[in-house]
Design a protein around this ligand. Structure first.
Ligand code: KIV
Ligand code: ZN
Length: 386
């Protein structure tokens, strides 16, 4: 089986649906260019029927990138599809992404349609989109809570109508990894024509399981992951691109998968998205949080100084960070203090280090973290003026 995972980034569409994360067109273009450099395969640029502003942003993003595919989201209606196509038709590699809900709950209460109507509308939408472009994705919204045989029927019908990607979203973040992987396996083996389309997954993080669910689905055979930078998105967010890509890379022996991502661009893109959206990244966030490569305990610092692999499963350089960060605080040991002093240009005798270390511990009990200026003052007082 092909082991290349298609990375479909929806920071500019689902990510922008995070409360408070709206971006202007210039900002979106900046992010789109960064995403292209990062090596994502598809950028979902927006939902053109949502507003004139969204339409304009998608149109301008489509004209601003070259290599990457540009997707526009639309409901399964002719008007929406036309609007999406109008916005992306100048892209070098356009993709129409149309969606319709398939769960009983959504069909009954939201759409007020029966199964046969949903099936017919999904097919009509894909068939129409296919007259505009070869590259058509269909998403079965709330797929993870849909009847699995109905899901297979819908996927088979839209593939027959020309869909080249079928997406199985966990729209409300309800799935758990084992169950989601089993659904992926079921759909892959029971959908006629599945060999002609890519199966995609799209997870939300309501139970904190978006990355786990995405990885389980990829291990079960899905080959497109829909993700956002820093995991931003509707409610608790979407699957974080950086987590999926670094899990695939770091645990190659487990997944045997690859992506086209240049991981050294991950941290810079994360920072750009944080600055533009104003959405703070929690310090302990995997891969891109401020503490992701920081070590405070003396035992850990000593280990990392001897060999970073003792406490680091990834090198910070691989995600575009200059180096790890040994935070000096009350848990730090002599080795970290000596290393920091050496980096500051002080090579001290063991007894001088002992004096500084004692003073440092006193200070660390009073302050949360010790900065270079504090060490400077200790050296001046206890060594230079002694
Ligand atoms: O979460 C979801 O179901 C979506 C679809 C529109 C793909 O964002
Ligand atoms: Zn979503």
């Amino acid at each position: 089986m092909n082991n290349r995972v298609i990375i479909f980034d929806t920071t500019l569409r689902d990510g922008e649906q995070s409360p408070g994360a709206s971006m202007n067109t210039q900002e979106k273009i900046r992010i789109a260019r960064r995403l292209e450099e990062l090596g994502v395969d598809v950028i979902e640029a927006g939902f053109p029927a949502a507003s004139d502003g969204d339409f304009d942003a998608v149109r301008r993003i489509a004209a601003s990138v070259e290599r990457v595919q540009v997707a526009a989201l639309c409901r399964a209606s002719k008007g929406d599809i036309d609007r999406a196509w109008e916005a992306i038709k100048e892209a070098k590699h356009p993709r129409i992404h149309t969606f319709l809900a398939t769960s009983e709950l959504h069909m009954k209460y939201k759409l007020q349609m029966d199964r046969e109507t949903v099936l017919r509308k999904a097919v009509e939408a894909v068939r129409y989109a296919k007259t505009l472009t070869d590259n058509v994705e269909f998403s079965a919204e709330d797929g993870s809570r849909s009847d699995r045989d109905f899901l297979c029927r819908v996927f088979a019908a839209v593939i027959e109508a020309g869909a080249t990607t079928v997406n199985l979203p966990d729209t409300v973040g309800y799935a758990v990894p084992e169950e989601y992987a089993a659904l992926v396996r079921y759909v892959m083996t029971r959908t006629p024509g599945m060999d002609k389309a890519v199966l995609s997954v799209h997870c939300h993080n309501d139970l904190g399981l978006a990355t786990a669910n995405t990885l389980a689905a990829l291990a079960a055979g899905a080959r497109q992951a829909e993700v956002t930078i820093n995991g931003i998105g509707e409610r608790a967010g979407n699957t974080a691109l950086e987590e999926v890509v670094m899990a695939i890379n770091t645990r190659k022996n487990v997944f045997g998968l690859e992506t086209g991502i240049d991981t050294t661009k991950i941290y810079p893109v994360s920072r750009t998205v944080r600055e533009i959206t104003g959405m703070i990244v929690q310090p302990n966030k995997a891969i891109v949080g401020a503490n992701a490569f920081a070590h405070e305990s003396g035992i850990h610092q000593d280990g990392v100084l001897k060999n970073p692999m003792t406490y680091e499963i990834m090198q910070p350089e691989t995600v575009g960070l200059a180096k790890n960060n040994l935070v000096l605080g009350k848990h730090s040991g002599r080795a970290a203090i000596r290393a920091r002093l050496e980096a500051m240009g002080y090579t001290l005798e063991p007894d001088q280090i002992n004096v500084i270390f004692t003073q440092f511990k006193d200070l660390a009990d009073k302050k949360k973290s010790i900065q270079d200026e504090d060490l400077e003052a200790l050296v001046t007082e206890n060594v230079l003026r002694a």
